[in-house]
Ligand binder design. Sequence first.
Ligand SMILES: Nc1ncnc2c1ncn2[C@@H]1O[C@H](COP(=O)(O)OP(=O)(O)O)[C@@H](O)[C@H]1O
Ligand SMILES: [Mg+2]
Length: 563
Amino acid sequence: MRIRRLPDSLVNKIAAGEVVERPASVVKELVENALDAGAQIVRVELEDGGKILIRVSDDGAGMDREDVGVALQRHATSKIRAAADLIGVATFGFRGEALPAIASVSRFEIETATDDGDATRLRVAGGKIDPAEDIARQRGTTVTVRGLFYNTPARRKFLRATATETRAAIEAVTVLALTRPDVGFSLSNDGRELLGCPPASRLIERVRELWGAELADTLLAVSHRAGPLEVSGLVQRPAQARPAGRKGYVFVRGRPIRDPFILRAAEAGYRSTIAPGDRPSLLLFLDLPGDAVDVNVHPAKLEARFRDKFFVEKVVEEAVREALAPLEASASFAAPGQVSGMWFQGQTSLGSMPAGIPLELFGRDALTPDTRHQTPLLQVFNTYILFQTDQGVAIVDQHSAHERVLYEDVMRQLSGDGAPAQRLLLPLTLDFAPAELDAIEAHRELLERVGFEIEPFSGRSIVVHTAPNPHPRFEASRCLQELVADLAGGRFGGWQNRLERFAATYACRAAIKAGQGLESGEMRELIVRLLTATLPAHDVHGRPSMVQLPKEELERRFGRSTS
Ligand SMILES: Nc1ncnc2c1ncn2[C@@H]1O[C@H](COP(=O)(O)OP(=O)(O)O)[C@@H](O)[C@H]1O
Ligand SMILES: [Mg+2]
């Protein structure tokens, strides 16, 4: 395709602004051009973090002599012709600005060759293009940028330390490497290889090359479609989310986009399975028709505008929820190889039940603990409940499990009819501190919905007429006191949604405590309710509520291993 100058009417429609801020932005633009040219291998070399030299080489289609001259003019591009082409543009570039912008602030050289054997070198210094030279080279293009901002000292001053600029350049390549696992990428600084990933067939392999198996093994695939929108990618298992260092990337129609709202929507998909403050790693690829999103809203193409943003956010949340659901409901215990050395995995991917158990052992319908499966349940340390599943031994933390069950109940009650409450024969009278009385007042309606009917009495006292009855050993006054103290003290502050926060606080305080002896019927009821919960494997703090000791691990330990 020929490169042509865009007509002014179209130039004016293109988001304007500065594209060259630092070496990393040069790297980004040149690597994008390489990808647009169909490169299979892209190599980036830096000297002094790009401050002395940036060189990007590719094995793409190259340009013939006539085209390369045009490419250096402002607003010259081969990628669009008319305004209509902006809709659904599939290349990274479309503005025709990068090459001239870079060439105007550096000592610029481009060497390029096409399949026809046309091979050219052009040099630009201070905005002046030297006559083209013949060279010998293979198909592809190499752009060398020396002395970035040498002629604009004020901007050169803003360049940061070598390490900082290098890191930014690595990040620029990393993001693009995620969009094209099939393309090989490498980056070096001062001759030292800092990033290298060979062509791969799948995103997860690319992630492993870029960040290592440690992160890659914590990720689950997402694949969800709703109407015109397809969401795919990788999301982190809840138990492995951490407060710092997460990777969060959004790609729209194959382009990296900064969109905190989409990341937030994805986090909402985790609901209460991660602790407030923990941030899961997320790599989300959104695919939708070109006319449903405008990519021409930011000069460096870092933002996109959706026609229906709420729909997109809703579907992203659904997609994440769906990806996590099998983890919760069925098997995804670590593969035998991963458990070696540990007899069970504490807070890891184990936080889920083996395949089929929830449905087969304790079928979701017609569940009556007394009449169905009499799998023996064993309570140990008055805290954990053990039982056999067809894949191993499950160990449930009674408090965490009950917390999960109550949380889900309460979320339903808060949005529905409210909880069945018990009228107390003798109303309770309780005293509270002023801040706690404020918290009661602020949460009066929610308290009532979970079953606490409260009336101010006198001074610092209130009267409680009804109370919920989540289990036979429930102590209404203690629960209410703890709950109100939490609400007043701002604990559980990480929860964004007020209802969820209230529900989590209530669930934590109302649940059976550790150290409480349980009768077998109570245990059975708890296990049945847990296994029929939507997200059984995690408590409301994001910790696991069950772990499993896989049967193979027992076999290995006792030397019964068949493999
Ligand atoms: N590495 C490359 N290989 C082949 N063609 C290239 C390469 N880099 C740039 N070009 C050509 O030069 C044109 C101008 O590039 P650029 O200024 O980045 O604008 P844009 O990418 O927005 O079109 C491109 O449209 C493309 O035709
Ligand atoms: Mg470009």
